[in-house]
Write a protein that binds this ligand. Structure first.
Ligand code: SF4
Length: 365
């Protein structure tokens, strides 16, 4: 979705990065003294979500850049650290949780990178395996054409030996990554889905073929890879479709270069339902056999999830017997009946992910 207006917080108006961003974006620009006026403007729009995707607010991160992933009580959590570089996204997936997560949702990019560097330096001083990602509150790579974010982050991670950065995306904005001496400390990750889900539910994103081609190119540049089958959507014929995605994935990239694959079926907070109904009236995604989970999210009925996951895990195992598979927010019963063990039996999910990062990315353990 094109950005229609750039809004710049007066406090950062004369910063060098802001001038460069403004030149690259080349859209009408407005300066504001108070960013809460922008939030009010977005909140009062007929479709605040749409409005929040069409403006880009440049400001500072008033809180911490590094946050712990909140996880969810009662489900196994991956213990990953969020690097909070900005919020929201100008692609438009019907199921995107960010539509109801932020009040209001606004595409904003934080430019106080001196603070980010200081927090990362502090984190890197602790010689313990850490996994960071920028793809929790935004897509990691939508910023590529407007900012120098990857030029800042990839070398920063390259120069230390206890942490990895995972960049998770549905774009193919990889061009600048060819030049980096990344030292395998940046994991290039794609969310994958069936052609049907991408076409019907992931507006303004790239095709499955394009994502796989980008992954293959990054592999040829030496980057470790990761993939996220999340959210998987159950529909008639979905099993065949997901099986084909798995076949296409492993006929494109080498299983040995995949650090991890996450699996998760579609789930949503009840507050998201009216937004999907209003913004995506043709979407059928919310009309399935859902029950309220322990995390207050609607999830597919457990026996359906279990039977589906068992097939997906088996198909991945056929092509990639050693690849590390994990569930995003599922309980021990699902783990035991699909993967064959619970995270606790193997030292916890966070520890298993750390070990995979150490093995694939050459971290010091
Ligand atoms: S790509 Fe990710 S962040 Fe962007 S709209 Fe889709 S789900 Fe949301």
């Amino acid at each position: 979705m094109p950005i229609e207006k750039l809004i710049i917080d007066q406090d950062v108006a004369d910063w060098r990065e802001v001038a460069s961003l403004s030149k690259r974006l080349d859209v009408p620009t407005e300066f504001v003294d108070n960013v809460s006026d922008v939030y009010k403007q977005v909140s009062s729009a007929d479709d605040p979500v749409q409005k929040g995707k069409q403006i880009l607010l440049i400001t500072t991160n008033k809180g911490r850049f590094i946050k712990r992933c909140p996880g969810t009580r009662n489900y196994n959590c991956c213990g990953y650290m969020i690097l909070h570089i900005g919020t929201f996204c100008n692609m438009d997936c019907s199921y995107c949780i960010l539509q109801s997560y932020f009040h209001p949702p606004v595409l904003q990019y934080f430019v106080n990178h001196r603070d980010m560097h200081a927090e990362l330096d502090e984190a890197f001083r602790i010689k313990k395996t850490k996994r960071f990602g920028t793809g929790e509150f935004t897509d990691s790579m939508i910023w590529e054409s407007w900012t120098d974010l990857s030029t800042i982050l990839v070398p920063k991670f390259s120069n230390q030996s206890h942490a990895v950065l995972e960049l998770k995306t549905k774009t193919t904005a990889i061009e600048t990554f060819k030049q980096f001496d990344h030292n395998r400390k940046t994991i290039m990750a794609w969310s994958l889905n069936t052609d049907r889900v991408i076409k019907n539910e992931e507006k303004n994103t790239t095709s499955l073929s394009a994502r796989l081609k980008a992954a293959k190119t990054c592999e040829s540049w030496g980057y470790p890879l990761a993939f996220h089958f999340d959210p998987m959507v159950l529909y008639e014929g979905c099993e065949d479709d997901y099986r084909k995605v798995i076949t296409r994935l492993f006929s494109t990239v080498s299983p040995e270069n995949v650090v991890w694959i996450s699996l998760g079926t579609f789930r949503f907070m009840p507050a998201l339902k009216p937004i999907i109904q209003q913004r995506f009236p043709d979407s059928k995604i919310i009309y399935g056999e859902f029950i309220l989970g322990l995390d207050k999210k609607m999830r597919y009925f457990k026996p359906l999830r279990l039977a589906f996951y068992q097939k997906i895990v088996n198909w991945i195992r056929e092509s990639a017997p050693d690849v590390f598979i994990y569930f995003c927010m599922e309980d021990d019963e699902i783990w035991k009946k699909t993967i064959g063990f619970t995270p606790t039996e193997r030292g916890g999910l966070a520890g298993m992910l750390d070990s995979s990062a150490v093995r694939h990315c050459g971290l010091d353990s």
